[in-house]
Design a binder for this molecule. Structure first.
Ligand code: NAD
Length: 361
């Protein structure tokens, strides 16, 4: 296959983990005889430095001309005092909306070799964690009407949670389709007890569920879902939720699997095109020190092969190389425990690359 990828390394640890993910993509392409073409584009703080804005038109064009996008992370202390619409993070919202990527798939899996890194009680961790969080990505409060005004109580500000039935339907379809390939259970998370937007959300989830009689559906309020995730995460298969609840709950789900440095994500729309990125940020506290865990970025590359190109052996080669490397005891600092072999970003990337090249179908 010929695959054209746009690559946005971004800021902080973004370029470090992206570089390792690209080495793995090249290794998988070599192992399975694909031709990969990479085109680098700037977004976030890197683009502010070069173009004076976080998401230049040229970057959107490069992404649109590609088959998929590999993204590192954006943001950093240097840009923290810029107004909201000038900040590096603005590039993420702009990329998602201009590329029509409304569904964010965030698998949270506790690898057996890392069960000691799970902060939950061992009897809870032993039951296993394998959750797919399906987060709506281009609607809700992050995109709704917002503003400020003077009131009798001083300055006031608002953000609007707005969802159309169609926006809910298409993310519900993603969740049910995902569940069919897994354990056939969907948990809808909303706040239908207080929010009108959640009541519409739930109505549409319920009507969409009628097309999926083989999938069981239950509902949790977001506050209860946050509690259940630490009480008994094994109860979840697929979680479908709004942009904001998904943002919060997927970070919680990531932490109970050991480290945010382990978790990949895929942002998808209606076509095979996708944007693949680790769920973590630019981690300025460890940037440039060879300390970042590249596994989230590497597993994002595996998701790309599976979701955008239906190349499941390539994805399996990457996932099994990650598992083998962890089982052999190699750990970056964020997942290190006594008795393990401590490695940096580059070493972890090289070990996984070797596993991909040696992969036997
Ligand atoms: P963060 O995810 O960057 O870091 C949180 C903590 O996790 C830090 O202690 C960091 O060192 C650690 N960490 C993150 N990724 C790691 C990895 N791969 N290996 C080891 N440790 C890792 O979140 P933050 O500190 O809240 O945000 C830092 C910057 O990133 C901010 O500017 C924020 O806006 C931005 N951000 C960007 C994205 C994105 O690009 N998708 C997502 C979240 C935050």
């Amino acid at each position: 296959m010929k695959i054209n990828l746009a690559v946005i390394p971004g800021d902080g640890i973004g370029p470090e983990v992206t570089s390792e993910a690209l080495n793995i993509i090249k290794a998988a392409a070599g192992r399975f005889s694909h031709k990969i073409t990479l085109t680098e584009a700037a977004a976030g703080g890197a683009a502010i430095g070069k173009y004076g804005e976080p998401l230049p038109r040229e970057t959107i064009d490069i992404c649109k001309q590609s088959d998929s996008v590999i993204l590192g992370a954006v943001g950093g202390w240097q840009w923290d005092n810029l107004p909201g619409d000038k900040r590096p993070e603005r590039a993420l919202l702009g990329l998602r909306s201009s590329l029509g990527l409304y569904a964010n798939l965030r698998p949270a899996v506790l690898h057996a070799a890392l069960s000691g890194a799970c902060p939950l009680r061992p009897d809870i961790a032993q039951k296993g964690i394998n959750i797919m969080v399906v987060r709506e990505l281009t609607g809700g409060m992050y995109f709704g009407d917002k503003g400020r005004k003077r009131t009798d109580m001083g300055e006031a500000a608002w953000d609007t949670e707005l969802y159309s039935a169609e926006e809910v339907r298409r993310i519900a379809v993603r969740a049910f389709e995902s569940a069919i390939k897994r354990d056939k259970r969907v948990t809808n998370v909303d706040k239908a007890n207080v929010l009108e937007s959640s009541r519409l959300w739930r109505e549409v989830i319920l009507s969409t569920a009628q097309n999926y009689p083989g999938v069981s559906l239950n509902h949790l309020y977001a506050d209860n879902a946050a509690m259940q995730l630490v009480r008994d995460p094994s109860q979840f298969d697929v979680i479908v939720t709004t942009n904001m609840f998904g943002d919060i709950l997927s970070d919680e789900a990531s932490q109970i699997t050991g480290s945010i440095g382990m978790l990949p994500s895929a942002s998808l729309g209606d076509s095979n095109f996708g944007m693949y990125e680790p769920i973590h940020g630019s981690a300025p506290d460890i940037a440039g020190k060879n300390l970042a865990n590249p596994i989230a970025a590497i597993l994002s590359a595996a998701m790309m092969f599976r979701h955008s190109f239906a190349l499941s052996s390539e994805a399996a080669a990457i996932e099994s190389a990650v598992t083998q490397t962890l089982e052999a005891g190699y750990r970056t600092a964020d997942i290190y425990s006594e008795g393990m072999k401590h490695v940096g970003t580059k070493e972890m990337g090289s070990l996984i690359k070797k596993g991909v090249m040696d992969f036997a179908d």
